[in-house]
Write a protein that binds this ligand. Structure first.
Ligand SMILES: Nc1ncnc2c1ncn2[C@@H]1O[C@H](COP(=O)(O)OP(=O)(O)OP(=O)(O)O)[C@@H](O)[C@H]1O
Ligand SMILES: [Mg+2]
Length: 373
């Protein structure tokens, strides 16, 4: 039996583990938190910090194939392993480019993929300078380690620059022109070792406070936009030429599709695929990194809606209402097993499927109302 090693023990690792088991693999998780989300379903844990090179080497000693579910893993150790021929996916170069959001934007631009205007920022005055060209609002972003909007600050006018620096100023920064988008779209793409590239249906993601809250699959967009989004996704996947699943976030602006950012891993916008597709994003990633062929994707229902279950307070988890939520037809609830909650922390998600988007969204939101955590 082969072993898949996953650096990172959060919910993405947990759902990857379920897929790996269904494909006949053992799973070892590397995570500094004992009994974290993924560890509860995995075969073994290495309790070490995945930001340390020695931890990554320890994981490699215990597995046949290595992947990661967070961008913060020690990339130098991944490079060292990969250079020795150890299978690491996505390849470390992909992670290196993506983990610096400024570098990522440059890479996309150099590969003729449309992105919003962006500029490196070293001081509050640099913001004033780009504002002369772009106008406000401006989005100030940390180049490294931002997620769920925690590395972002929206600057509405010049008077907001100081507050944005107070929030983010200790980081390396860059700025982006604010995009007045009609919708946010996302595509999950997968590439295998045989060169096959497949994608999941284009979805619409709805963000509140810079954090993804609702995903509608498929997105309600004209065929021409759907084709553009899929073409952009394929361009991105070709540019990285990397094995595994990429989560590609996009903005729809008029009839243009531009890329917001790319994640070198499974992604929140693809969770619907567990129930709504013939193969899930987690299955595809495991298949790809383990050298199996990826499968063509079809939806097995007309509509699916995923709603995140976000924490709304600080403290110990006290879960209730799940039985009531799953008694709504075609509603599934995934609880990630985190022991503590805090505001905006992803604690679980709900997927509702069915024939009409209106009905499915109503069911998903009703299920969310019934759950407290
Ligand atoms: N340039 C922009 N113009 C308008 N809105 C933006 C811009 N950049 C980000 N946003 C909004 O903020 C959200 C989060 O931004 P971004 O994807 O950069 O952050 P993140 O921390 O990586 O988030 P996540 O982990 O949810 O992907 C976007 O999905 C979008 O709603
Ligand atoms: Mg994002």
């Amino acid at each position: 039996m082969k072993t898949l090693g996953i650096a990172g023990g959060g919910q993405l690792g947990r759902m990857l583990t379920d897929s790996a088991h269904a494909l006949g693999y053992r799973v070892v998780i590397l995570d500094g938190i004992k009994g974290n989300s993924a560890v509860q379903v995995a075969d073994a844990q290495i309790i070490k910090d995945y930001r340390e090179a020695s931890s990554i080497r320890a994981l490699a000693d215990e597995c046949d194939i290595l992947t990661y579910e967070v961008e913060k893993v020690n990339v130098e150790a991944l490079i060292e392993l990969s250079n020795k021929g150890f299978p690491v996916h996505h390849k470390p170069e992909t992670l290196l480019t993506i983990k610096d959001k400024f570098q990522q934007k440059l890479f996309l631009l150099q590969n003729n993929i449309a992105v919003s205007a962006f500029q490196k920022i070293d001081s509050p005055n640099d913001v004033r300078v780009v504002a002369k060209e772009w106008g406000y609002p401006i989005v100030l972003k940390a180049r490294f380690d931002g997620f769920d909007g925690r590395g972002n600050a929206l600057i509405l006018d010049e008077s907001g620059i100081d507050d944005a620096f107070k929030k983010l100023g200790h980081n390396m920064l860059y700025a982006e022109e604010f995009v007045h988008f009609q919708k946010e779209l996302a595509v999950i793409g997968a590439r295998d070792v045989y060169g096959s590239v497949v994608s999941f249906p284009v979805v619409e993601t709805v963000h509140e406070d810079h954090i993804c809250n609702i995903v509608r699959a498929p997105a309600d967009i004209p065929k021409s936009i759907e084709q553009k989004a899929l073409a952009v996704a394929h361009q991105v996947m070709d540019a990285f030429a990397s094995i595994g699943v990429l989560g590609i976030e996009m903005f729809l602006v008029g009839d243009r599709v531009i890329v917001n950012e790319v994640a070198p891993r499974v992604h929140n916008s693809g969770h619907f695929s567990i129930e709504a597709c013939n193969v899930s994003q987690f299955d595809q990633h495991v298949r790809a990194v383990c050298g199996l062929p990826v499968e063509n994707v079809t939806m097995n229902c007309n509509s699916a809606v995923m709603v995140n279950i976000l924490g709304d307070r600080e403290g110990k988890v006290q879960l209730s209402g799940v039985d009531s939520a799953v008694s709504i037809p075609k509603v599934n609830v995934h609880i990630y097993g985190k022991l503590k909650t805090r505001r905006a922390l992803k604690m679980g998600h709900i997927t509702a499927t069915g024939s009409s988007m209106k009905e499915v969204e109503k069911n998903a939101l009703e299920a969310r109302r019934r759950i407290t955590i």
